[in-house]
Design a protein around this ligand. Structure first.
Ligand SMILES: [Zn+2]
Length: 128
């Protein structure tokens, strides 16, 4: 993911992506393309709102990544909070319909060696 998008997320959600966490400044914290930025942003918005409302303990991201064509969000804290698990599951489900490259309407595709979610224009692009 582009550095400006990573910075957008870490600056907007400093509690989910704390500067003290060892992996925050590592590109590997975000292992997906730019097209899922809004999905991640929206997911973090809902998570932080629940925390700020006092209904859940703070969540700290471990990794945000693409795996088998789907957005995955790994985190610590708030274990057993089904509402948060639902938010993460919904974002993962929506990623199956969102091109990972451009954020447009995408479909889940079998790319041969990899599964991926792409629009027609970006189908076939190799992952970096
Ligand atoms: Zn696309």
């Amino acid at each position: 993911m582009d550095i400006k998008h990573r910075l957008h997320l870490t600056e907007k959600f400093p509690q989910i992506f704390p500067a003290s966490a060892p992996s925050t400044n590592s590109p590997s914290l975000f292992e997906c393309e730019d097209g899922w930025l809004d999905l991640i942003d929206g997911m973090c918005n809902l998570i932080q709102q629940r925390v700020d409302d006092g209904r859940s303990e703070q969540v700290v991201a471990r990794q945000v990544k693409e795996k088998q064509g789907q957005l995955r969000f790994y985190y610590s804290g708030a274990s057993g909070d089904l509402y948060l698990e639902g938010i993460v599951a919904m974002a993962g489900e929506m990623s199956f319909y969102t091109c990972e490259v451009c954020g447009g309407r995408g479909t889940f595709r079998n790319g041969g060696r990899f599964f991926r979610t792409r629009c027609d224009e970006h189908d076939g692009r190799e992952q970096e």
